[in-house]
Design a protein around this ligand. Structure first.
Ligand code: SF4
Length: 468
């Protein structure tokens, strides 16, 4: 995953850049960087795998000055990069996934190109994006051409001395929002672009709009200039509303928190569970659980509380050891709430299921839970994401472990497991329930999830669940 933030301002933008980028810390735990323009480009990049963004960059940002800046937090590529090109020098930050990266790299090398920046033993994806842009007739033409040749998805911010270009991926899978400074925090004109609109209000910016799919705008002190209008084809990642997005963000005009509450309500509507209370696995299960509580009339309680300082999401770190350590440490059981209780536990999703089982369910049983009814707010995940970096592989998914265990002799077409009315689906869910060791397990249906998000189905990416 990853997130990007950019700001143009008449005054020094360093503080807004620092805090705005920090508001993307839930989207990555490996690399982060800031770049500013102040009669020249300067930038700083650090690993954040063993320290939070704020502690790594607090000293840097206080020494930075500039009227424009871009920042990134990303698991794959150290960035932003400063690039010298035929268009002049620019700084670039990009997030997403290029699945034909090797092929594009080979093509460039065959044409006598070379790469300076390496990431994780391979070419830095941001440098590849820059090289593809540099082949265009102009920066905008280069971005359009780059978006055409890559497979996957790239959102980017590109800062020249004239302004910041903000470009959303071709199908609008991931968000890029534009904000404008409002009176108070910013007395001079100022504009921002960010993956998360939740980064705007506390810095004194109002959300103006989301960029459309493939849209390119240039931000400068005079306003927002459309350089390439949005395309017609839109497939926004449904998982943003379910899990990856910040609860206070708004995508496509739809609040993440409201969508999560609607998911919870949908799960409660057809559920006939006798329970003492509802709870959500912190943090991203909480909105779903509040919706469930509102619809069911059951009280919301906290059998598990998250020790917040310092612990990010547990699925993001690429190493299993670190994921396990974070998962063990970050949730603390409240024994007096748990003991003897029957509880509905809402979670955003079940990926591998191992962390839910080992670090959530086990803590509840160990502290005397009587019944645990798990309600995931998205259907069984059947396919790994092919548009953003993700640590899940198909063989690790709980659904595939179930199918492998159930299909010892023949491999049923996976389609039979996608239909929640099928016998195979029921057997798969029952296998996962036993594996998780819970009293009951009931997933939201895909139609309910789509309705809860509120975008037309054809405008959503549902690849995780349907494989198309
Ligand atoms: S494949 Fe899944 S996580 Fe990736 S963009 Fe589509 S819905 Fe989102």
């Amino acid at each position: 995953m990853g997130g990007i933030f950019g700001v143009v301002s008449e005054g020094n933008c360093a503080k807004a850049l620092f805090y705005g980028t920090d508001y993307h810390s839930h989207l990555g735990t490996e690399n982060a960087g800031l770049a500013v323009w102040d009669e020249g480009f300067s930038h700083t990049i650090h690993s954040i795998s063993e320290a939070q963004f704020k502690s790594r960059f607090v000293g840097d940002y206080k020494e930075m000055t500039g009227h424009m800046g871009i920042g990134a937090i990303d698991d794959d590529s150290p960035q932003p990069l400063i690039v010298r090109s035929k268009f002049g020098t620019y700084a670039i930050a990009a997030t997403g996934l290029i699945t034909n990266k090797d092929e594009l790299t080979r093509n460039l090398l065959r044409n006598d190109d070379s790469f300076n920046e390496m990431a994780g033993g391979g070419v830095n994806g941001v440098e590849l994006v820059a090289k593809l842009i540099n082949r265009g007739e102009s920066i905008v033409d280069g971005i359009i051409r780059m978006q055409r040749v890559i497979e996957g998805s790239v959102c980017l911010l590109l800062m020249t001395r004239e302004g910041i270009y903000a470009a959303r991926d071709r199908c609008g899978r991931f968000p890029l929002s534009i904000g404008k400074g409002i009176c108070g925090a910013e007395s001079t004109p100022s504009y921002v672009a960010a993956s998360e609109s939740s980064s705007f209000p506390n810095l004194g910016y109002a959300l103006i709009r989301s960029l459309g799919p493939g849209e390119i705008v240039r931000l400068d002190i005079n306003g927002i200039h459309v350089e390439c209008p949005p395309g017609a084809e839109k497939h926004v990642c449904a998982f943003l509303w379910i899990y990856t997005g910040d609860p206070s963000s708004i995508y496509e005009g739809i609040s993440v928190e409201n969508a999560r509450e609607r998911c919870g309500r949908a799960m409660a509507r057809n559920d006939r569970i006798e329970a003492d209370f509802v709870t959500g696995v912190p943090d991203s299960g909480i909105g779903h659980a509040i919706g469930y509580a509102m619809e069911s009339g059951l009280p919301y309680r906290r059998p598990l509380v998250k020790y917040t300082p310092g612990y990010g999401r547990s699925y993001t770190p690429p190493s299993q050891d670190i994921r396990d350590l974070v998962a063990t440490m970050k949730l603390c059981a409240v024994r007096d709430v748990i003991q003897g209780s029957r509880m509905v536990v809402c979670d955003d999703s079940i990926v591998r299921g191992t962390q839910l089982k080992n670090y959530t369910i086990r803590k509840l049983w160990d502290n005397g839970a009587r019944e645990i009814h798990v309600r995931p707010a998205c259907p069984p995940l059947m396919f790994p994401c092919r548009y953003a970096s993700s640590t899940r592989t198909i063989s690790e998914l709980a659904s595939h472990r179930a199918i492998r265990a159930l299909e010892s002799e023949r491999m049923n077409p996976i389609d039979e497991y996608l239909d929640h009315a099928s016998d195979q689906y029921r057997k798969m869910v029952e296998w996962i329930r036993k594996d998780l060791d819970v009293t009951s397990l009931k997933y939201i249906h895909i139609e309910e999830m789509i309705a809860a998000i509120g975008l037309p189905e054809e405008q959503l990416c549902l690849f995780c669940w349907r494989g198309r």
